[in-house]
Write a protein that binds this ligand. Structure first.
Ligand SMILES: Nc1ncnc2c1ncn2[C@@H]1O[C@H](COP(=O)(O)OP(=O)(O)OP(=O)(O)O)[C@@H](O)[C@H]1O
Length: 216
């Protein structure tokens, strides 16, 4: 699922921050935890894995695709088909209902939205009665579940989650990781979680761990 070799990334606007990623590979269907302190580059690596950013050096293959070989347009199409993303700031669209926040994800694939899938996902995530609500009317936990449903809508091969347990108590932390794990398993996706939270290691004991040291 993932093959990372000698990967380097530097933000074009920054002269100092440079991310260096150790070589790492992950089989399809297996899960990984990207672990490291604040500012070490976890979110940046997730953006590289989603082909939102392009590395300057090294090779990066995800789900059988050489991401460095993609044009920006090809990267957009590949991402829409392949990746589900749960950002730290959930980024639900405030003017759309919860249901519409899911179905809008279909536009990234160029296919018509599957209405039945949206209904089933919302039910599976305990949000059946929130389909017509706007995101602001949901609790924080409900908003995260809606964002997980949106990430899963296109049945991604790779589910990326950025600090999904930040500010959660222990019970909510294990519920959140459990949901991500269950949803990934339902479509055979690999789950990759970026976190500085050691509780995630305990919640996913079989996950491979990629430690990031920091920027140089
Ligand atoms: N758009 C950007 N332009 C320039 N530098 C950036 C940009 N985004 C992040 N950085 C820098 O890159 C480094 C890695 O940031 P990143 O957000 O990937 O870290 P992180 O490990 O996810 O941190 P946190 O756990 O606090 O979210 C930091 O030094 C940050 O300041």
């Amino acid at each position: 699922m993932l093959q990372i070799t000698d990967l380097h990334y530097r933000y074009p606007t920054s002269t100092s921050a440079q991310l260096t990623v150790p070589s790492f590979s992950l089989e399809a269907g297996r899960h990984a935890i990207i672990l490291g302190p604040s500012g070490c580059g976890k979110s940046t690596l997730l953006h590289l894995l989603a082909a939102i950013l392009t590395p300057q050096q090294g090779s990066l293959h995800v789900a059988g695709t050489d991401l460095r070989a993609l044009t920006p347009r090809q990267a957009d199409a590949w991402r829409g088909r392949t990746v589900g993303f749960l950002p730290q700031k959930l980024a639900l669209i405030p003017s759309l209902s919860v249901f519409e926040n899911l179905t809008v994800a279909a536009y990234a694939t160029g296919r018509a939205p599957e209405i039945v899938r949206a209904t089933e996902l919302l039910a599976a995530l305990g949000l059946a009665d929130k389909a017509t609500a706007k995101p602001h009317a949901l609790s924080q936990g409900q908003q995260q579940r809606a964002a997980i449903a949106r990430a899963m809508f296109n049945r991604p091969a790779l589910l990326l989650a950025d600090e999904p347990t930040a500010n959660l108590d222990d019970a909510s932390c294990s519920a959140s990781i459990g949901l991500l794990n269950t949803q990934a398993a339902a479509v055979g996706a690999s789950l990759v979680i970026a976190t500085h939270d050691a509780r995630v290691l305990a919640a996913l004991p079989d996950a491979a761990v990629l430690r990031l040291g920091g920027t140089a």
